[in-house]
Design a protein. Structure first.
Length: 496
């Protein structure tokens, strides 16, 4: 399949081509049910696409036995469009017998689908009224069915390619078992974390929805990105949407897009996340906060693969793999009526619960060193932890998990003048407690001004007196250079 060299979806997928041709046929032929079936094996056909007023959920993946419908087998072998006549074909068994009820004498037309002598399947057109299909319609269907045949051939080939690609992805992920460093950003060697990495490798090759849960800061989006990167959709878009604090209209617009003028402020047409993520992965963060009245529309988009932009009646299709994340208890939310039960089960197909940092043994040291190395690479300065600092890192509870640890390390590198990170750089509260234990009885508590002066002096020494620039003291202190100069003048700070 040919793609544009951008993050846009395919120009025209085989499935979309079949839909377009079925719709074109309906403009010429008044059918109530149009179905494309392909060979599953030598004796069975399976439904690929279906259009019309009589389409129901039973048709999805419906399998038709050619041994039971022997007349269809004969029609496929002859390769010609056939119009059934109940007066002449008394032994004819309805194509969708037991799935869709058709009255006696209804109109039924079937067209074999083949390309270069290879039988691919059938196109069937049905209407509950009799004598709806004329010889002219038979001729039209014979011509248009060739387009269906080409699209079906592409679709079958794409399915075969996808199966081969998925097998290669599984094999590749299996070879990565001994190399956890290949999971970008997912640092750790504890038993609990290795189990998470194994789950990611198992579920990544499939298209199953994944629900990533865990406390705030445990790395849910990084896990979602790893699943995408290890999947067969890795070269396609990864689109993220945080569902927190979204109103109903805004949530619908963000998910499905909107038309110009559909609401106040909609000055242009806009694509939603489902369109942008077509053929790729859609990551819905904090899914538990999605407004309740939007949840049925999301469920429909997941089940049927169709949706409408806000302000439009035209149905659109999108092929996305869904990964969700939340730190709330969705089962409790379902019990309290804040989250739809059917949507919960649709999303929670493969749950991945990330453990908090405090339950990951010595992973905190590995992750801390990783963040420290990142800062070193950016600044060109060398940093290291003292033994007291390492002991503190291991003993801390880290309620904010990996995100809190990252912020703490980055702050410590700013506070450390000589590159050696001590316990005092990691936690101000720990610094106060530590000093209380060793403070002489006659020592007085430093004033706030003294703390500010000493801190500014350390940063100025660290920057060799440089105030301006991205590597200057003002940038490290998070203030304007003029503000820093004012404080230096106010406190009479002298520095080298």
């Amino acid at each position: 399949m040919q793609y544009l060299e951008t993050t846009f979806s395919p120009l025209l997928s085989p499935e979309r081509t079949m839909d377009i041709v079925l719709e074109a046929i309906r403009e010429l032929v008044d059918y109530e049910l149009g179905v494309v079936l392909s060979f599953e094996n030598d004796t069975n056909l399976v439904v690929r696409r279906a259009k019309g007023a009589l389409v129901n959920s039973k048709l999805k993946d419906y399998k038709l036995s050619l041994e039971k419908h022997f007349q269809l087998s004969e029609i496929i072998q002859k390769g010609e469009v056939f119009l059934f006549d109940d007066d002449e074909d008394e032994e004819h068994l309805d194509t969708f017998d037991g799935v869709i009820e058709m009255p006696s004498g209804h109109s039924c037309l079937v067209a074999p689908l083949h390309v270069e002598g290879n039988n691919l399947g059938l196109l069937t057109l049905d209407h509950r009224q009799c004598d709806m299909f004329t010889p002219q319609i038979v001729k039209i269907t014979s011509t248009l069915s060739r387009l269906i045949s080409l699209a079906l051939a592409q679709s079958v080939a794409a399915d075969t390619l996808k199966k081969e690609r998925d097998a290669l992805v599984v094999e590749r992920n299996d070879l990565m078992k001994e190399y956890p460093q290949l999971f970008k950003g997912l640092i750790g060697s504890s038993k609990a974390w290795k189990e998470i990495l194994d789950k990611i490798k198992i579920v990544a090759p499939s298209d199953l929805p994944v629900m990533v849960t865990g406390e705030t800061g445990t790395g849910k989006e990084k896990a979602a990105r790893a699943i995408h990167s290890l999947s067969s959709r890795a070269e396609r878009p990864f689109i993220a949407l945080n569902c927190s604090a979204l109103s109903s209209n805004l949530a619908e617009s963000e998910l499905f897009g909107h038309e110009k003028g559909s609401f106040t402020g909609a000055v242009n047409q806009r694509k939603g996340r489902f369109e942008l993520a077509d053929t790729g992965t859609l990551f819905l963060d904090e899914i538990g906060d999605l407004p309740l009245d939007i949840q049925p529309k999301l469920l429909r988009a997941l089940q049927e693969g169709t949706f409408e932009r806000l302000g439009s009646e035209k149905s659109m299709t999108s092929d996305v793999r869904i990964i969700c994340a939340t730190h709330v208890d969705l089962e409790k939310a379902v019990a309290e009526g804040r989250f739809r039960e059917d949507l919960y089960y649709r999303l929670n197909v493969f749950p991945v619960e990330l453990p908090p940092l405090r339950e990951r043994e010595n992973d905190v040291i590995l992750i801390a060193n990783h963040f420290l190395q990142n800062v070193s690479d950016k600044t060109g300065k060398s940093f290291s932890f003292t033994n007291d600092a390492l002991a503190f890192l291991k003993s801390a509870k880290w309620p904010g998990n990996v995100r809190e640890l990252q912020n703490t390390i980055e702050r410590a590198t700013i506070l450390s003048a000589n590159g050696e990170i001590d316990i005092s750089h990691l936690n101000f509260k720990s610094m106060k407690t530590f000093k209380k234990k060793v403070k002489p009885e006659n020592e007085t508590q430093a004033s706030l001004d003294d703390v500010i002066v000493n801190h500014i002096k350390k940063i100025l020494e660290q920057c060799d007196g440089k105030i301006y620039g991205s590597d200057g003291a003002a940038a490290l202190l998070g203030m304007k250079p003029t503000t820093l100069q004012s404080k230096i003048k106010k406190f009479g700070i002298v520095y080298k």
